[in-house]
Design a protein. Structure first.
Length: 81
């Protein structure tokens, strides 16, 4: 009879897969964020509206949990590996 519990190797593979997924998200946002910052600066000089910087700050705060999860996955993989 087989059990539904994943083996240690499968568990490690799933952790690595999750870590790679979060790493991709962080790389994508690190490419996108400077573009949004540049657009906010450009439109600030055009319209003189400070509210345009709100998305720049919000994106950093929104992806903070993703970064923290990435760090915890990295530590867990190191401890199992």
């Amino acid at each position: 009879m087989t059990t539904n519990n994943p083996s240690a190797a499968q568990d490690l593979k799933s952790l690595i897969k999750q870590k790679d997924f979060f790493k991709g998200i962080l790389i994508g946002i690190s490419i996108l964020w400077p573009c949004i910052l540049a657009a906010a600066i450009y439109f600030y000089y055009k319209k003189a509206n400070v509210a345009l910087f709100l998305p720049v700050v919000t994106i950093i705060l929104a992806f903070l949990p993703v970064y923290l999860r990435f760090k915890s996955l990295s530590a867990e993989i190191k401890s199992k590996g």
